[in-house]
Design a protein around this ligand. Structure first.
Ligand code: GLN
Length: 384
């Protein structure tokens, strides 16, 4: 339909997200999809049954704004057991309608016009646009190939009196690195005696490999006191389409976040919340996830061993980076298009995660796929 007026865009330089664009191309070319971080296998049938039962039992109306009480209790217990911090379910835990919603609510609640927000690139694509929507300035610090570690001297140099927030993400999408004890020490040192808030995206908290532990902000009292932790059920229970997540923060921060959350969505989906209460009672439902995905990581790496790609280490998340620059000078987006058309396998170009188009000649592969898909995807990538 013709529009009566041309709106003035708030994000004139932003197009449709890379996940949607590549997903559409993949289906047009009937390509195997190793692009989006979304499982192609089913969740536990008991979880699905739990949702159906909740619906049959009449749990079909609004949940309480902050989430159903039993779920907030279960989440507070899980976090205390795993990471040590005790959050008050009444005032410091909120069930959100996806981690994406939680990120939006937290940034818009806490970042003001004129503030600066430090984050690391390559990064998940929503952080910087959300910051800009507040009239604030996103300050990107590059994670440099090939190891993509944080340069804490660069962070120190970027902090100004206007710095309101630092966004961290461990395990990291798209580079699959995880924070070490050193990273935690540096983050604590640089934020001590400031009023900087840390927004910690921990959606891959249960997917960390090789026996390494997840450095949640909730493990470190000093950091927990200035952190908003956003996580999600989607990655941990193979239900990325259910759009239910959770957020922890000290009460003073959470008060402000709930003011935004209540007007964005009011509450998250009710039947899912009931099902997650039951499911969280079985800790093995998420504690086995690291081993599950580590086997997939290793399968993909084995199957790609004879290919021309140089695989970068994957320490956590369900992503792996693969370098192609030594055998092709193509822009990564052109290379990815060629892979979709000729090899019929879809991946994500790393440049999509940089605002300035940095292109180290690397693609991101998702191994949140059944083994047959991983084997066939690797076979196709090996023909390149
Ligand atoms: N987090 C997932 C990824 O990085 C998907 C995000 C999305 O589709 N919006 O692939």
């Amino acid at each position: 339909m013709r529009s009566a007026s041309a709106p003035r865009s708030k994000l004139p330089d932003v197009g449709t997200t890379i996940f949607t664009v590549i997903g559409q191309l993949a289906s047009e070319h009937d390509a195997l999809n190793l692009s989006q971080g979304a499982p192609n296998f089913a969740p536990d049938p008991a979880l699905v049954e739990g949702v159906a039962r909740a619906m049959r039992n009449g749990h079909n109306q609004y949940a309480p704004m902050a989430g159903i009480g039993a779920l907030r209790e279960a989440l507070a217990d899980k976090t205390e057991r795993l990471y040590g911090a005790r959050y008050d379910p009444q005032t410091e835990v909120t069930v959100i309608a996806s981690a994406s919603e939680g990120l939006y609510a937290a940034i818009s609640a806490l970042v003001h016009h004129g503030d600066e927000v430090i984050y690391f690139e390559p990064s998940f694509d929503s952080y910087a646009p959300i910051v800009r929507m507040q009239g604030a300035t996103p300050v990107a610090i590059k994670l440099a190939a090939p190891d993509f570690r944080v340069d804490w001297d660069a962070v120190a140099a970027a902090i100004t009196p206007r710095t309101r927030m630092i966004i961290v993400n461990t395990p990291h999408n798209p580079t699959a690195t995880v924070f070490s004890a050193h990273d935690i020490e540096q983050l604590a040192r640089l934020t001590r005696q400031t009023d900087i808030v840390i927004l910690s995206d921990e959606v891959y908290e249960h997917i960390v490999f090789d026996g390494v532990r997840h450095e949640s902000m909730a493990r470190h009292r000093e950091l927990a006191e200035r952190s908003v932790i956003v996580s999600s059920f989607g990655k941990s229970f193979h239900v990325t389409g259910w759009r239910v997540g959770y957020c922890f923060a000290p009460a003073a921060l959470m008060d402000e976040i709930r003011k935004i959350h209540q007007f964005m969505v009011f509450s998250a989906d009710t039947p899912m919340q009931f099902a997650f209460v039951e499911h969280l009672a079985q800790a093995d439902s998420y504690l086995g996830l690291s081993a599950f995905y580590q086997a997939k990581r290793d399968l993909l790496a084995r199957e790609l061993a004879g290919s021309r790609f140089e695989l970068l280490p994957s320490e956590g998340s369900f992503f792996m980076l693969a370098r192609f620059r030594h055998f092709s000078d193509e822009r990564d987006s052109d290379f990815v298009l060629r892979l979709i058309r000729d090899a019929r396998v879809a991946t994500i170009p790393l440049s999509a995660f940089y605002t300035d188009g940095t292109d180290p000649g690397v693609i991101r592969l998702s191994f949140s796929k059944d083994d047959a898909t991983l084997i066939e995807g690797a076979r196709r990538l090996s023909n390149i």
